[in-house]
Ligand binder design. Structure first.
Ligand code: GLA
Length: 405
């Protein structure tokens, strides 16, 4: 973490509350390197945590009241920790309250309230999972502050991989059930499991995972933000889920509901054979998902072989499939991908996250990131008239916390 983010968090705490925080927790945002829209289809993903993060600093507080100040939102919240689920507020406050709700459900009620300040540098609404990084930081704050009455008993306190997997599932549950956003497990998993200079694969059906080195020296992970004012479309996300479900429903009718629970039970050969029977939209959505699963498997093999160039080519193929079959690109994303493709050090790039707006992620050969950044900025600006935000990142460590002195 940059010293600045810790200092900003301490300063935000001091000005919102009296005194000093005793605990700091930090969790990164993430990029999806391969496996676009595979996670909600029980598929395979390959992602990395990045060195943009959310930091929560705070301390326990006698009594049942929690007070939260978000320097990101420039707004505060207070609630009774014994009564979190009653009236969800349906706005940004849902995220930290939902974490308290989900962790209290699994590891006992909170023993007392707390004061906490939130700062961060993950761009909001850019598809980099600022929300999962906030959830991860809030969860680790609660655990490190010893606020959950049964966390030791449940083993969540250990923060080993087993505990992190349980935590990732709890945080996903919080987002699905408390916040009401139907996302897959990718974001919370990556924010919790990230490792410096490594990518992560996750099988969203079996929850098997592997950390894979990105190379030595590793390529830069360059995130380019279209600055497209279009919101990431929740409505489109749900529509795509329904289109994938249409393909699943067809195979269930053909083969029986007990044999097909998701697109994971369908092969590309099955899909090709069903081409004339399926509606063309469902066919293309399913083809994207199944070819993405294959690209994740091929990408993991390329990383095991140390072949980062092959990995980059798979990322570009993934983008083409998103654009043509899943249709979740946009003119701004296309302009940014074109700008990257003719810039120095480019190894491969794609849209990251839901799509329709937000960011692209690019792998850039070691030593070329600055030239790449300057070139993409110029090319995108002359194509669209907009200045992109460009973050030169590296694959980063997952969520962590510590006591402050
Ligand atoms: C969003 C969701 C993720 C995943 C991606 C698309 O980022 O939060 O769970 O579905 O879209 O791959």
């Amino acid at each position: 973490m940059t010293v600045t983010l810790e200092e900003a968090a301490r300063a935000a705490f001091r000005s919102a509350f009296d005194g000093e925080p005793t605990i700091l927790a930090e969790a990164p945002g993430r990029v999806e390197l391969l496996g676009n829209h595979t996670d909600h289809n029980d598929g395979l993903v390959l992602a990395a945590a990045i060195d943009l993060s959310t930091v929560v600093v705070g301390r326990p507080r006698p009594g049942p009241v929690a007070r939260v100040w978000s320097a990101i939102k420039g707004a505060g919240d207070s609630f009774d920790v014994g009564d979190i689920g009653r009236q969800p507020p349906k706005d940004w406050r849902n995220y930290h309250r939902g974490v308290c709700w989900a962790l209290a459900g699994a590891a006992g009620p909170l023993v007392e309230g707390f004061d906490a300040a939130i700062v961060g540098d993950v761009p909001l609404g850019g598809g980099l999972s600022s929300s999962a990084s906030l959830q991860g930081a809030m969860a680790l704050f609660l655990l490190h502050a010893g606020l959950l009455s049964r966390s030791e008993e449940t083993g969540l306190d250990d923060l080993d991989d087993r505990a992190r997997l349980a935590l990732a599932r709890l945080l996903r549950r919080s987002e699905n059930e408390f916040v009401g956003v139907q996302s897959g497990p990718l974001d919370q998993f990556t924010s919790l499991f990230g490792r410096r200079d490594h990518a992560l694969t996750l099988d969203c059906r079996s929850f098997e995972y592997e950390r894979l080195p990105l190379g030595d020296p590793p390529p830069a992970v360059v995130v380019c933000d279209t600055k497209d004012p279009h919101e990431l479309a929740d409505g489109m996300y749900n529509r795509r889920r329904a289109e994938c479900e249409r393909a699943v429903a067809y195979f269930r009718r053909q083969r029986g509901a007990d044999r097909v629970s998701s697109l994971r039970d369908v092969t590309l050969d099955d899909l090709d054979a069903a081409r004339d029977a399926l509606d063309p939209v469902a066919f293309r959505r399913a083809r994207h998902v199944l070819t993405e699963n294959a690209r994740v498997a091929a990408g993991a093999a390329a990383l095991r072989d140390g072949d980062v160039a092959a990995f980059g080519a798979l990322m570009s193929a993934s983008h083409a499939s998103s654009r043509d079959d899943f249709e979740n690109s946009s003119p701004a994303l296309e302009a940014l991908i074109a700008a990257a493709g003719s810039s120095p050090g480019f190894l491969g790039g794609k849209l990251t996250g839901a799509g329709w707006a937000g960011c692209t992620v690019n792998l850039v050969a070691p030593g070329h990131a600055d030239a790449f950044k300057a070139s993409v900025r110029d090319r995108y600006r002359s194509a669209t008239g907009t200045d992109p935000d460009i973050h030169v990142c590296h694959a980063a460590q997952g969520a962590h916390g510590r006591a402050l002195r």
